[in-house]
Design a protein around this ligand. Structure first.
Ligand code: IPD
Ligand code: CA
Ligand code: CA
Length: 263
């Protein structure tokens, strides 16, 4: 599989940051048993990973703009191109020694995601996608699952954190979907959940609230694997509404309807 030069830059940046996270993850596992806990250590690991990505991408394309979780928006001379970066997606997992976390890097051109990389250093799984070029896990081409009934489907989803999101509303949605799907999962890392939809490991996914850096690369991954992505209204305002529903064409449509079922 041939990668473009720009995708190679993204892969190098994600893997370099991923190696740094993997080293810190080893230490986090030790700190679990300490009284102080790994909290400060994890925020340093997060920042370190973001610094690595920032300098790698900036070196390769000095003019591009950025939207990064820790730094926020960094305007470059070229506002048509923007990197959207989550240096550590799945922070709570990382903090607790659960090896389900990833680096997520997307490139937008005129507001459209054209390339995406999601890398889980704990499993060494590298998901890549380019607009019109398909989605891959390492060298294997990805395709969303073909299941066409929610009653056969495994659905993953984001659970709102303490103090964030609408917990009551979430519980209604959960009850609706749980009443129709074969099984429910919650990985705690939006990028890997979208990558798992792309890989056909799960049949659908929804989450709210999400930031652009949680979903940018994953949206392209799902689409390039033949899947569908929208906001909860079935439109393309995922960034504005901060929510997302993904799956193959049939399951995504069924999920949209099921989430909205009246109590
Ligand atoms: C979070 C994870 C989680 C999602 C949250 C995100 P973080 O990102 O992706 O699965 O449900 O909304 O904020 O904080 O671990 O980078
Ligand atoms: Ca995130
Ligand atoms: Ca993060």
């Amino acid at each position: 599989m041939a990668r473009s030069a720009i995708l190679n830059v993204m892969v190098q940046a994600a893997m370099k940051a991923g190696r740094s996270l993997a080293r810190d993850f080893g230490e986090v596992q030790n700190l679990q048993v300490s009284l102080k806990g790994p909290g400060d250590y994890v925020s340093q690991a997060d920042k370190k990973a973001e610094d690595i990505i920032f300098s790698e991408l900036r070196r390769a394309r000095p003019d591009y703009s950025f939207l990064m979780e820790e730094r926020g928006a960094v305007e470059g001379a070229d506002s048509q191109h923007r990197w959207v970066v989550d240096p550590l997606d799945g922070t709570t997992n990382f903090l607790h020694g659960i090896p389900v976390f990833a680096v997520s890097i997307a490139l937008e051109r005129q507001g459209q995601v054209v390339a995406g990389v999601i890398y889980n250093p704990a499993t060494d799984e590298l998901f890549t996608a380019e607009r019109g070029g398909g989605a891959f896990l390492n060298d294997r081409r990805l395709r969303v699952a073909a299941r066409s009934k929610l009653s056969d489907a495994v659905i993953t989803h984001g659970m709102p954190h303490l103090g964030r999101g609408k917990h009551g509303h979430y519980l209604i949605e959960l009850r609706n979907v749980m009443g129709e799907a074969a099984g429910m999962r919650a990985f705690g890392a939006a990028s890997l959940e979208l990558a798992s939809v792309a890989a056909g490991r799960v049949d659908g996914y929804w989450d709210e609230p999400l930031a652009p850096w949680d979903m940018a690369a994953g949206i392209l991954m799902v689409r390039e694997a033949g899947g569908f992505v929208s906001d909860k209204n079935g439109q393309q305002d995922m960034y504005e509404l901060k929510n997302i529903v993904a799956g193959n064409e049939v399951i995504q449509g069924q999920l949209l309807r099921t989430l909205k079922k009246p109590v």
